[in-house]
Ligand binder design. Structure first.
Ligand code: CUK
Ligand code: CUA
Length: 762
């Protein structure tokens, strides 16, 4: 290891020398002057700049707001790495354009209707023992109450579940410390029954809120809806939620606004919702013993509503699993501290954050000490008796995250456009920094787990106003990176988010993620099971059954098998494609023009597209990823013929004129290329390349390509023997194609070995 470090150090030093002489014309001072940069700017730049070829320390998963997607970016570089299609079709990934992903989106249909967007708010990374484990990501859709499951082995959405009783949600997705449950609280009260009308005059009696505990089956990587249940709650607008941890494990906390149960209606002369919903000084924090709720559910103490198990309020009260604590009016965030001892609640219309003590809450419950009951009979615990402290932070406190240093928290101040750093144990403010502008959530590294990592904070600002080059009245959002490793916070970087309004984001140490780079050949990536439609090289086929033409095809640089698909007008066409590549990043796309289908075929994946060939004509299909030098030639034709069409007798393809000379030129080209391949192979095999799994994969792939040569060589030699120069030339050309791919992989492997300190062993 030491040797390798020294060697690469020398390489870097040599590299710097080269760079300095190439850029020698302009010094650092010159650049600072020309670009009007301060020392402070340079320091910030050096803290965020990730040099070419280097990687980020943390990966952030941000909600994509109204885009219905998840945005993945690196920290500290703030480079966007991926948009994950979740509730919304995403054509690059074929999401919503191939059958496998359509099945995932179909899980999110409501009342028989496709819903092709979502309002994503809160992503959550799966946890083991309260620490991020990097296996799964969950996110809610506020507009259409749903939760999605994303597998972090391939960053693909695997499941969407619809909440069976809510009509909107907000307090999800948050996970229990071992991810056995995912919480989702409703937002706007409505009847729990589906497709059931009650007039607003019956709001207090018939409208309800609730909280759902989704059971997560880690082995299957899916939510088990049959093992999931909800608890009926009063028609207060339940808001955010959090699970207890450590000493508070087994409990969950959900705050609420509009506990006034006010119903607006300005068209009838009533004061609007915003006035009636903030009239009282306090709202309610719901305190729920969810582990006991699981027992009640297992004992069948539920009522089926829309086929879903709901623990009714009466039962929850009788069994002693549901309590309320008044909290300062119109609260928004509720965040449990990493040690699990305190619950931090911020009121949008209060300048304080309230820190509740879990011990004090338990003491009051044990002693049966309640100050009153709410209109539904839920016991109300005294706010004063359960508060640890209240800290005046500023205007519009919303959300709180935690530092790796004990007792240190960060809270967003929406109205003040600031982040406050404060000590929740002692109740004092430590520092404040201005952000731009109107911050909603904020995120520290693994900052909602039991083991926050410190270093960085990202402010998720609602408004950007003047921070970026103007792009019309709709502005991007502004994620600002802040250094929190010192006592004073410093602003490092502004990152425009051009895709919906992110609400919450979570960030995980990059080395905890272990995504795969290829699938086993013939995998349905959405189910993670072998696809019944996967085929290997040589097994490709096209069948016709009645009016259905079905293709089991393959893709490998730079061709599809088959290259022609024939159908008649009105046929149903089903095309399955398997990417046979093993090489990293060798993705092929597939589309048939004008039929609105698209696949993204990562190495090993099998996907399917289906459509009706409803128009006579000629429809090219082609690869949509620039996968090789002959990517543009990765093509074929769907021929949609009139019904009953027959070719005229004795028609053949037009011939081109090839000569023996052309064939000789081909043979020379092949010999020259072989010399290159031989020298690369000699280099690779002279090193300890087997110690580098990436290189071993490339070598495998290279041999795979080279292995196709003997067959094709026999074809050009047979044609040449018959003086069929056209076929001799074209098959020889195909040999050369395989050689080029072999050489390409070999050279990539050679470069990799040179850059990663391979040793000579021969
Ligand atoms: S919410 Cu949007 S800023 Cu949905 Cu968590 Cu607070
Ligand atoms: Cu395959 Cu382009």
């Amino acid at each position: 290891m030491k040797m390798r470090g020294l060697k690469s150090g020398l390489l870097v030093a040599a590299g710097l020398g080269l760079v300095a002489s190439a850029w020698g014309a302009e010094s650092l001072q010159d650049v600072m002057k020309r670009r009007n940069l301060s020392q402070q700017d340079l320091l910030a730049a050096s803290k965020t700049y990730v040099p070419t070829g280097k990687r980020d320390e943390f990966l952030a998963f941000s909600s994509g707001g109204q885009s219905g997607q998840v945005i993945v970016y690196g920290i500290p570089s703030m480079r966007i790495l991926k948009y994950i299609g979740v509730f919304t079709p995403e054509p690059w990934q074929g999401y919503g354009f191939d059958e496998e992903s359509k099945a995932v989106l179909a899980g999110g249909r409501i009342d028989g209707h496709d819903i092709t967007w979502g309002d994503t708010h809160h992503p959550a990374i799966s946890e083991t023992d309260g620490k991020y484990d990097g296996q799964f990501l969950f996110i809610n859709d506020k507009a259409n109450p749903r939760i999605a499951v994303i597998d972090l082995r391939d960053f693909e959405t695997k499941q969407i579940v619809v909440n069976p009783v809510f009509k909107s949600d907000h307090g999800g997705a948050f996970v229990s410390p071992n991810t056995d449950y995912i919480i989702e609280a409703s937002q706007y009260a409505a009847p729990l029954e589906n497709r059931k009308f009650y007039p607003l005059e019956e709001f207090n009696e018939k409208y309800r809120g609730g909280v759902t505990y989704w059971k997560f089956d880690r082995k299957e990587g899916l939510i088990d809806t049959k093992q999931s249940f909800s608890i009926e709650l009063p028609p207060y607008s339940q808001d955010l939620s959090d699970f207890g941890k450590g000493p508070s494990d087994g409990w969950s906390f959900t705050n609420s606004f509009c506990s006034e149960r006010y119903v607006g209606g300005i068209e009838k002369g009533r004061p609007p919702y915003e006035a009636g919903c903030s009239a009282k000084d306090t709202d309610y924090l719901h305190v729920i013993n969810w582990k006991k709720a699981v027992e009640l559910f297992k004992q069948g103490k539920t009522k089926k509503i829309n086929g879903h198990d709901v623990i009714m309020m009466d039962t929850a009260i009788k069994e002693g699993i549901l309590f309320l604590i008044p909290e300062a009016k119109s609260p928004h965030g509720v965040d449990v501290t990493p040690d699990g001892k305190y619950i931090v609640v911020a009121g949008k219309l209060d300048t304080h954050v309230s820190v509740f003590s879990f011990d004090k809450i338990m003491a009051a419950i044990k002693a049966g000490k309640f100050e009153s009951k709410d209109p539904y009979g839920i016991p109300v615990i005294s706010m004063q008796e359960t508060l640890h402290n209240q800290v005046e932070l500023g205007l519009g406190p919303l959300h709180t995250q935690f530092d790796s240093k004990p007792c240190v928290a960060y809270t967003s101040l929406y109205v003040d456009s600031q982040v406050a750093k404060w000590n929740f144990c002692e109740g004092k403010v430590l520092d404040k920094i201005s952000v731009h502008y109107n911050i909603g959530h904020l995120m520290t590294m693994e900052g909602d787990s039991t083991d926050p990592k410190g270093h960085y904070l990202v402010a998720l600002n609602k408004l950007a106003i003047d921070r970026f080059n103007p792009v019309g009245p709709l502005h991007p959002q502004n994620h600002q990176l802040i250094d929190i490793s010192n006592d004073k916070m410093t602003l490092l970087y502004d990152m425009p988010i051009p895709l919906g309004e992110p609400h919450y984001a979570v960030a995980i140490a990059a080395d905890k993620l272990k995504p795969g780079i290829r699938y086993a050949v013939g995998t349905n990536s959405r189910t993670d099971k072998p696809s019944p439609y996967g085929v290997r090289a040589g097994e490709e086929k096209t069948t016709r059954t009645g009016n259905t033409v079905e293709v089991w095809g393959t893709a490998i640089r730079s061709h599809y098998t088959p290259e022609t698909i024939e159908a008649e007008v009105g046929d149903d066409v089903i095309i399955h494609m398997t990417n046979l590549e093993r090489a990293e990043d060798e993705t092929h796309g597939f589309t048939v023009g004008t039929y609105n289908v698209h696949m993204s075929l990562e190495p090993g994946k099998t996907s399917t597209v289906k459509f009706k060939a409803d128009r006579e004509g000629v429809y090219p299909y082609y690869c949509t990823e620039f996968c090789s030098a002959l990517h543009l030639e990765m093509q074929g034709y769907l021929l949609v013929k009139p019904k009953g069409w027959k070719p005229e007798a004795n028609t053949t393809m037009a011939k081109a004129a090839y000569t023996e000379d052309d064939y000789k030129k081909q043979l020379k080209k092949i010999a020259d290329t072989q010399a290159v391949i031989d020298s690369v192979v000699a280099y690779i095999t002279s090193t300890n390349y087997k110690d580098f799994p990436d290189v071993v994969a490339m070598v495998d792939d290279a041999f795979d390509q080279a292995g196709k040569i003997p067959d094709v060589k026999a074809k050009h030699e047979a044609a040449a023997a018959k003086k069929d120069w056209e076929n001799a030339c074209l098959w020889a050309e195909q040999v050369w194609q395989y050689q080029v791919k072999t050489a390409d992989l070999g050279l990539r492997a050679k470069t990799y070995l040179e850059q990663n300190g391979a040793k000579k062993i021969k």
